[in-house]
Design a protein around this ligand. Sequence first.
Ligand SMILES: Cc1ncc(COP(=O)(O)O)c(C=O)c1O
Length: 382
Amino acid sequence: MKDLTTPVARPANPRFSSGPCAKIPHYTLDMLSDAPLGRSHRAAVGKAKLAEAIDLTREVLGVPEGYRIGIVPGSDTGAVEMAMWSLLGARPVEMLAWESFGEGWVTDAVKQLKLDATVRKADYGKIVDFAQVDFDKDVVFTWNGTTSGVRVPSGDAIPADRAGLTICDATSAAFAMDLPFDKLDVVTFSWQKVLGGEGAHGMLILSPRAVERLETYTPAWPLPKIFRMTKGGKLIEGIFKGETINTPSMLAVEDYLVALKWAQSLGGVKALIARADANAAAVRDFIADKDWIADLAADPATASNTSVCLRFTDPAIKDGAAFAKAVAKRLEKEGVALDAGAYRDAPPGLRIWCGSTVETSDVAALMPWIEWAYRAELAAQG
Ligand SMILES: Cc1ncc(COP(=O)(O)O)c(C=O)c1O
């Protein structure tokens, strides 16, 4: 396609946002009619819903028995910070970052908790070298860099007999990538990502070693009520059975249950991973033979299958940031891709969410539109 004729086919669903992400296919609000609205979350019906959300999370995600799963306040950020504030400080810390969210956790550790942490950073498009990481320290990292489209390829570099804890922000990875729970002591995510749920609540998954730390270590700093997971040196087990610290949204819980049941009906995490893989492949197949667009991920081995980040490489482009923004605007105006611009702190480009709720046919239909928008913008810049 060299002319500026618009493509014929359009994505049936143009929602490619990286969070909140597209709802499950064929979603309607009627699906939430079983939500116990106006009832206490501490009533039997509320507690049963919260416990079901935990149980289904375990089943769909394949979380081992013995690992605690809690629903906590503050979406993924709440879950990560609850873990950091509760667990860190007991031993030396390494902070790994390769995009803006990971950098946010570095700021938390260094500037807020004032820890003398070893900080390892990689540029957008790359990840840090895990071979250099000392896993006898506590290590905090993001499994998938949502704003850079780069992920940890596997848990192979994490030793099984590590002395430190691994604290992993897996919010744009959970359900779409294989998470090796035996290598991860804390896993966090939000419902708003791969399952297309709502923001507000975070999921906090703790290994037995993380629980041991909670029960044997008291941080030097004060903990707000919203972060407190122990009482009298013992884990508050209720949090991990659905007795949330404060009031959850039962509408959001119902919405998460609907998404989990959809995931279960597909066959669980393997099927969800296959859907994200197919979506990301649809993007990469399209860009493979193009000399004007490329993956921000430098190495295919670490390229994300959820937040696929693209950069324009045509030397004829005069102002990269303005160009990418204008392309995203054209896509939005045509109603073929909403929220597909790169994250504000990331290199200019597009970010196409390829998580499991997105249909591959929609990703495939979007690709010619990206070429159209690129050519139209190139023509417009003169
Ligand atoms: C890697 C990562 N961490 C944390 C967050 C923050 O998530 P939330 O807004 O659910 O707290 C995001 C959101 O996009 C993210 O991508």
